[in-house]
Design a protein around this ligand. Sequence first.
Ligand code: GSH
Length: 227
Amino acid sequence: MKLYQFFASPFPTRVRLMLYAKGLTFEIVEPPGFGSSKLPKGDYLKINPLGRVPTLVLDDGRALPESEVICEYLEETFPSPPLLPADPWQRAQVRLLTRICDIYLVMAMVPLFDLLATRRAEWDRTVIDAAADKVAEALAALEFYIGGNGYAVGPSLTVADGALAPMLILAEEWAPSVFGTAPPLHRFAKLSAYWRAVQADPIVSRVVRETRDAIAQSRRQRLEAER
Ligand SMILES: N[C@@H](CCC(=O)N[C@@H](CS)C(=O)NCC(=O)O)C(=O)O
């Protein structure tokens, strides 16, 4: 299998977490035209007309976009070890946390992602502060539903941890370091406890390290480009 992706991107990261957890071997490909690259996306649009990452390409050439769809496919195709709980209510909690991440937390951060396409001198403080408020609202919803056993749901790793981990890095570390906003997590006791505990899991710790390294690298590149 091939995974078209970037290490700093949250959506591919949940797929990598799954591939690692299931012990599957795969090749990583970074398609052209993402981030600050001025290149066209070119042939990548032939395997993913949405022009986004991730895309999983199977050994027979079939290509699947959209992180959640890929995760469901991987879970159904490689059920061991399971990354969805057996209990339907707990499965629903996994999907709920993932959905809150995708819809509310990601959407809250979109204005910040958009600012990256502009020069720092043009950044509007009111846009940054409004985004930080929306991020806090989404974190409050996660606080309500997050599990208390060291994982997002139940006592072991699930797809929800793959959705949450990269987004919590963006909310707690990336946004404050780039935009000077206050790190928000300390306001949410259950979520903070979860975040401390889940990083002890070796698979989570691996994707957290990869994400932090990739964010630091793209930050350095951006600062150099602005000089
Ligand atoms: N709903 C999609 C969202 C994927 C997405 O938006 N990926 C971002 C990177 S994290 C992307 O490819 N953006 C387009 C771009 O950077 O040109 C999924 O779950 O896979």
